[in-house]
Design a protein around this ligand. Structure first.
Ligand SMILES: NC(=O)c1ccc[n+]([C@@H]2O[C@H](COP(=O)([O-])OP(=O)(O)OC[C@H]3O[C@@H](n4cnc5c(N)ncnc54)[C@H](O)[C@@H]3O)[C@@H](O)[C@H]2O)c1
Length: 349
């Protein structure tokens, strides 16, 4: 498969290039980034990269390029993906789809109209623990999962304060869209895509109201921090969702004055329950025996799995679990929670 990668930042360097290198037959004809040094660094590092460019239109104009990886900041997902689809390329676009639900729907429409694949980087759908929990739910091992609770909270975790991450026009939001997308998307996937009924949330921007007085020990994407920049996004969220099946409650915080982080999801069923330690393994408790078990299993690299699955779907034309049609529900959920927080009321869909 001949591809172009647009956006050569952290997720490209740390996840997708190492994954693509492990997949046989991938030629990265173009690595593109507005900052040429980033594209060139990947060309120097990986034999599979043939050209480095600041202009992704050159890659889109090349008929040999079959598919494009869009690994730019959230707001640019829309424009770059639409350009790529209109150039008749298949697209893999990182999560979240883009900054809101309406634009995400336009992207889905364009892909479907043109008969091109558009997959979203919801990598957790390829995490072994998530696959196992989904299968256990399908087999009825939980009985009725009546409630799901999740917590994604850190002591200090605001990324690139003042830069794209904390500027709503560029990111679409804060901790809810950046971390919450992973949690809610895998919850909806494990539950089998229940219909969303009512959603309510509160969102807070408290911990770095004054960018210059924010205290921290380390910061993700610190090089993009801008003390004179913008922080108009949520650093803490809480809420409650009713669906056609389970209800869901949650707390998320990029930063809090509680010195303990949490990253787990509890699935509460009448026959059994499980706690998934995010990104790791899970514990299952049987309601009959009161025994717990923590299965041992290998956790393959989820980025390799999702990239391979994307290539397969481009070849076969079969939409897979991360096709945009299957991710719009997660975007609707996030968008509605943000609307609820803004309006200060529950929203019924
Ligand atoms: N799946 C995951 O677990 C995961 C983890 C981290 C980030 N992400 C997502 O990946 C995306 C990128 O995040 P990141 O941390 O790598 O950001 P980053 O800022 O490190 O990299 C983005 C790169 O895109 C480049 N870029 C922007 N607009 C461009 C354009 N028009 N043409 C070419 N290059 C352009 C920037 O110069 C930058 O180098 C985000 O949407 C983020 O949400 C996903």
């Amino acid at each position: 498969m001949v591809i172009a990668v647009i956006g050569c930042g952290r997720i490209a360097q740390n996840a997708h290039f190492p994954a693509l290198e492990k997949i046989e037959g991938v030629r990265v004809k173009y690595a593109c980034d507005l900052i040429i040094e980033k594209a060139e660094a990947l060309k120097d590092k990986y034999d599979m990269v043939e050209n480095a460019s600041t202009d992704y239109q050159i890659a889109l104009a090349d008929p040999e390029v079959e598919a494009v990886f869009v690994l730019t900041p959230n707001f640019a997902h829309y424009t770059v993906t639409m350009d790529a689809l209109r150039a008749d390329k298949h697209v893999f676009c990182e999560k979240p789809v883009t900054i809101n639900y309406a634009l995400s729907c336009e992207m889905a429409e364009e892909a479907n109209k043109r008969g091109k694949m558009l997959n979203i980087g919801v990598c957790n759908r390829y995490h072994k623990s998530v696959e196992m929990l989904r299968e256990m739910n399908e087999r009825g091992e939980f009985g009725n999962i009546y409630h799901v609770y999740c917590s994604f909270r850190a002591h200090r975790g605001i990324p690139g304060l003042g830069g794209a991450f904390t500027t709503k026009a560029e990111s679409g939001g804060g901790v809810l869209i950046d971390w919450g997308i992973h949690y809610f998307d895998l919850i909806l996937y494990i539950l089998g895509a229940p219909e969303l009924k009512t959603l309510t949330a509160n969102a807070y921007n408290e911990m770095a109201k004054d960018i210059k007085s924010y205290t921290y020990k380390s910061m993700w994407a610190e090089e993009t921090m801008d003390p004179e920049g913008t922080n108009d996004v949520d650093d803490m969220v809480t809420g409650f969702i009713r669906t056609s099946g389970s209800s869901i409650s949650f707390n998320g915080a990029w930063a809090q004055n509680i010195g303990k982080g949490e990253a787990f999801i509890d699935f509460m069923g009448d026959k059994g329950g499980a706690r998934l330690d995010y990104g790791r393994r899970f514990t299952f408790w049987s309601g009959d025996t009161l025994e717990s078990f923590e299965p041992e299993y290998d956790i393959p690299n989820m980025y390799v799995c999702e990239d391979e699955a994307f290539f397969e779907s481009c070849t076969t034309g079969v939409k897979n679990r991360s096709h945009i049609d299957n991710i719009l529900g997660s975007m609707l959920l996030l968008d509605t929670l943000y609307q609820s927080a803004e309006r200060g009321e529950e929203i019924k869909l």
